[in-house]
Design a protein around this ligand. Structure first.
Ligand code: CTP
Ligand code: ZN
Length: 162
């Protein structure tokens, strides 16, 4: 028996898949499939009782499919936003106070990130035990180690130092 009345008509404005939060941060328009990486960047694994809601691969007008992460009682540092921008370049950061969005901004991709990603090249000077801090230039859809020029795209989440 099918009793499915979920006829999605493309008008997402009046649908709320994940409850509103009272105070905290909503990271919206995250590329579909990246929500768990967003949580990893924020150091959230649920073990400290963090109050978090996640929507994955939900319809969006701006992206084909989006993820959304809502974190109660937490604001993000600029470093965290910089790293987020590498895996979620279209993300919107919404600061919520008393249920209202009081601040909204798009993430901006920095020109370079220093000390946040480890180079996957074992021969790179930054991984050879020398006191050289990693530095990657941020390209349109990837990052490039400034020391050995290794280009990283899909593996970015697994190279984040936290
Ligand atoms: N939101 C929330 N809790 C609140 C207020 C807002 O979870 N107390 C969420 C909304 O569900 C939405 C995001 O925060 O996913 C941004 O809210 P809002 O600016 O009201 O929505 P839109 O105008 O649709 O945002 P945008 O234009 O950025 O798509
Ligand atoms: Zn390198």
């Amino acid at each position: 028996m099918s009793n499915d009345h979920d006829h999605h008509d493309g008008n997402d404005d009046h649908e709320l898949r994940v409850s509103k939060i009272r105070d905290g941060t909503v990271i919206d328009h995250v590329n579909g499939g990246q929500a768990l990486n967003v949580l990893a960047i924020l150091g959230i694994d649920g073990s400290k009782g963090e109050e978090v809601s996640v929507g994955m691969n939900v319809p969006s007008d701006r992206l084909a499919r989006k993820d959304i992460v809502k974190v109660e009682g937490r604001e993000l540092s600029q470093d965290e936003v910089d790293v987020l921008s590498l895996i979620a370049p279209d993300a919107t950061i919404n600061i919520v106070r008393n249920y209202e969005v009081i601040e909204k901004h798009r993430v901006e991709r920095p020109d370079a990130v220093t000390g946040v990603l480890s180079c996957p090249n074992p021969g790179c000077i930054t991984t050879a035990g020398e006191p050289v801090t990693s530095k990657f230039e941020v390209l349109d859809d990837a990052v490039r180690c400034v020391y050995c020029e290794t280009i990283v795209r899909d593996e970015i989440p697994s190279l984040i130092d936290t």
